[in-house]
Design a protein around this ligand. Sequence first.
Ligand SMILES: [Zn+2]
Ligand SMILES: [Zn+2]
Length: 175
Amino acid sequence: MHLNPYGADAVKLAADLANQRPATAGELADRCRALGLVLERPVAPRDLDQTLALLDEWEKIVDAAAGPERAERVDRLLAAAVAYPRLTDHAGSGWHLHYRDDLQPLGAVLSALIPVGTALHLAGRGMHRLGRCAVRECTTIFADTTRLGRQRYCSHRCANRDAVRRHRARTTSTP
Ligand SMILES: [Zn+2]
Ligand SMILES: [Zn+2]
């Protein structure tokens, strides 16, 4: 995974992992690979623990108001994990920026990739473009990369479910 200018892949990886927490180190490795991350080292239980702790902090960014409070939470994660940026060509797929030292275990990779991706996404597209589905019992996290930036639901399914519900509420309250 290369950090694109707006961090979409990294922030979507974070949402995917937070929405359905990986149960084992092997599952974490598989899901990161499936979303395009190049794994340089074997993944150990320690990486899973570190990632789950990171996701707890990351969810606080999701639930923070889209202003200074959200920025401060992102900054705290950036300060904890990110080294100076450097150019790398480790995967032989083109030069790109890393915000960490080379050959780090996956837990350390994610603890830099996820805050940087989130910061790029929020700064590039808008501080409000991270949230939870508006269907109360759903709460699935989404990173809003739509053109207009007014996403309220995690999926079409939830949008439809809510539309049906609002329609019913209207028709039953009519005498
Ligand atoms: Zn890389
Ligand atoms: Zn939903």
